[in-house]
Design a protein around this ligand. Sequence first.
Ligand code: NOJ
Length: 541
Amino acid sequence: MSTADNERWWRNAVIYQIYPRSFADGDGDGIGDLTGIREHLPYLAGLGVDALWLSPWYPSPMADAGYDIADHRDIDPVFGTLAQAEELIGYAHRLGLRIIVDLVPNHCSDAHPWFQAALADPAAPERDLFWFRPGRGPDGAEQPTDWVSPFGGGTWTRTTDPDGSPGDWYLHLFAPQQPDFNWDHPRVRAEFADIIRFWLDRGVDGIRIDSAAMLAKDPTLPQVTDDGPHPFVDVDAVHDIYRDWRRIADSYPGDRALIGEIWLPDQQRFANYLRPDELHAAFNFDFLGCAWTAVALRACVDATLAAHAPVGAPATWVLSNHDVTRHVTRYGRADTTFSFATRREGVPTDLELGTRRARAAVLLSLALPGAAYLYQGEELGLWEVEDIPHALRQDPMFVRSGGADPGRDGCRVPLPWAGDAPPFGFSPDGATARPWLPQPADWKDRTVRAQTGDPHSMLELYRAALALRRTEPALGDGELAWLPAPDDVLAVRRAAGFTCLVNLSGGAVPLPEHTALLLASSPLDDDRLPPDTTVWLRTSD
Ligand code: NOJ
């Protein structure tokens, strides 16, 4: 790929998330790997996406599926080798696909050499690279703060000193196997600047930053209160880190992008991360969690664009990822919103309705101004797998919540590629190991092979939409206007006579005047747009 072409590519790219454990298994051990990804790169180039974001591929004990990194400059042997990763980046570029790697700077693995050194000796200088603190109360037996982890439970674990006596506590906002770095320490900053250069030197086009709003902490470690500033989410000092990283990214040729994983309710605070000297883009989780109603979607689109405009950053549109309930399932429920706090098992779900809405939703999201993120398997219409036996579940969210939160395994089930029965071509023919999470037998209709060539399939809808997105000058970055429309219908006008109409009402509505029907998410009803359907139209204006 010529890195000079499509400057500022991150403003309107369609970015496909690969979750390496579950994409494709090349060596037959039931776990996805780089060989499997390499074999299927032509599929992704043919799908019509512009870039690939790969969830962590680094050496890791896998306490949080690789988001617990022991070595940031290598590849876990279960996935392959560094040489294979370098080769994969080159091959992707030759196919016209950009590569985004996942950087996890808030924490590392407890197997990381720095943390091991810190544990081995309370006087080790590595101790200061983390948050070690004495406990409260008699004998320091009480954790230093009552902070609650997004994974459930507390955020501190007590250590044992080398002489066997109880020692200090260390901070881990996520699982105990994920100790938080102390970003006030210059060695941490220098190390990550070097890691970023390591991957940019290998030609990656972008970096996705995990838990990007959580790196800086209030060093006085106060309790969380309802009204005061939060001690570990969106602490102002975090912005200095991103200013440093932006300078590094800008020093490389080829327009390298920094993309933040930022969950913040306040759109203004969110937009602060996207100021011109900070990150290039951030995931739009408001859109992901938005109810499937015209009023909510329009308000979300307006609020998103209003927040991004003053900082000149592109909006992003996200429907799913490896942390959330797949949207075919969410949209098939009475409550179509998403929140970690309310995620439960056994909610009645109409998958046919969810699939219909998912088809309509992707045409809406691809018609909005900005970049779009697709999560592997959504192009196949995969649903959340809810009946994974509890004994096989691996997500710490499930374990730490005592099963109250079903966790994220259900959206991480290995992809079905071909065939009538598991492993559906996920592993090579003759492999004896089973996929690391069981696939539903019903996925035989959802394989890539089964859907290819079927004009009614989800896969062919994605292929058609992505092909049009490349040729329609109106799509991608730019302006949006709302056209007058019947109640509960969204009419989005883009430049050059392109209109996207979404019917979220209970009845069919007439199509506005148009010169060509470019694409419809479901068949029309005698020239009228049925409920839960989106259409892309060429109009003469
Ligand atoms: C966000 C990642 O997307 C998620 O999968 C992970 O568990 C947490 N950060 C902790 O790294």
